[in-house]
Design a protein around this ligand. Structure first.
Ligand code: G3D
Ligand code: MG
Length: 196
């Protein structure tokens, strides 16, 4: 089968959420497929690039290349009004991250998400409950439907991830980017993503 790259889409995705929830680790896992236990505080915005390919479901010979720039932000809410505004501008998708071991980081996401959406406008959203590898070690678990309910309020989806094991990381980024392409570039297409 001949596969044509029918188009190249460029898109910007920003990660938001409290400090130490795993934003930088998720990006490393997604972009480099690596996990580093050394704590590296993000001192500014860092941009990582990752290509992805989407195939039209009804016509697998049509392949779309998506160039994603993933922006890593400071984990401080107090920066939301100043520094983050510049980073969030032009973002076509948001990844809101919380930590399964810290319920407060989940509660804080309402503030993060609504502030970010004010800057980006209505864009697709992924809510990631990260550090799912620690699920067995904690007592206070999230109510099963809570993340999905919160995400739905912003017309997004929720999923559990682990930057440490890689569980669901590619799938979450893939689903978000698929929705971005569907919303902004190819609304008539049904697309399935292939992680490469
Ligand atoms: P941030 O960018 O949101 O501030 P980091 O968060 O990516 O810097 O991660 C903060 C801490 O959480 C780091 O550990 C990191 O290794 C850890 N971490 C990130 N993702 C996961 C995960 O999925 N599972 C587990 N078990 N740990 C994770 P330290 O110990 O350096 O604070
Ligand atoms: Mg960081």
């Amino acid at each position: 089968m001949r596969v044509d790259v029918a188009g190249v889409f460029k898109t910007k995705v920003c990660l938001i959420g409290e400090a130490a929830v795993g934003k930088t680790s998720l990006i490393r896992r997604y972009v480099e497929n690596a996990f580093d236990d050394r704590y590296v505080t993000t001192l500014g915005g860092k941009v990582s690039l990752k290509p992805m390919w989407l195939t039209a479901k009804n016509d697998p010979s049509r392949v779309y290349e998506v160039q994603i720039s993933v922006w890593d932000l400071l984990g401080e809410r107090s920066y939301l009004d100043s520094i983050h505004k510049e980073y969030l501008k032009g973002s076509q998708g948001l990844i809101a991250v919380c930590d399964i071991t810290r319920y407060s980081s989940f509660e804080a996401l309402d503030e993060w998400i609504s502030a970010a959406l004010r800057i980006t406008g209505d864009v697709p959203l992924a809510l990631l409950v990260n550090k799912i590898d620690l699920k067995e070690q904690i007592i206070c678990l999230y109510d099963e439907h809570e993340p999905q309910e919160k995400a739905a309020r912003y017309r997004g989806f929720a999923t559990a991830t682990s930057a440490k094991t890689g569980e669901n990381v590619n799938a979450a980024f893939g689903q978000l980017v698929t929705e971005i392409v569907r919303r902004f570039a190819a609304p008539a297409l049904t697309l399935v993503f292939e992680a490469k």
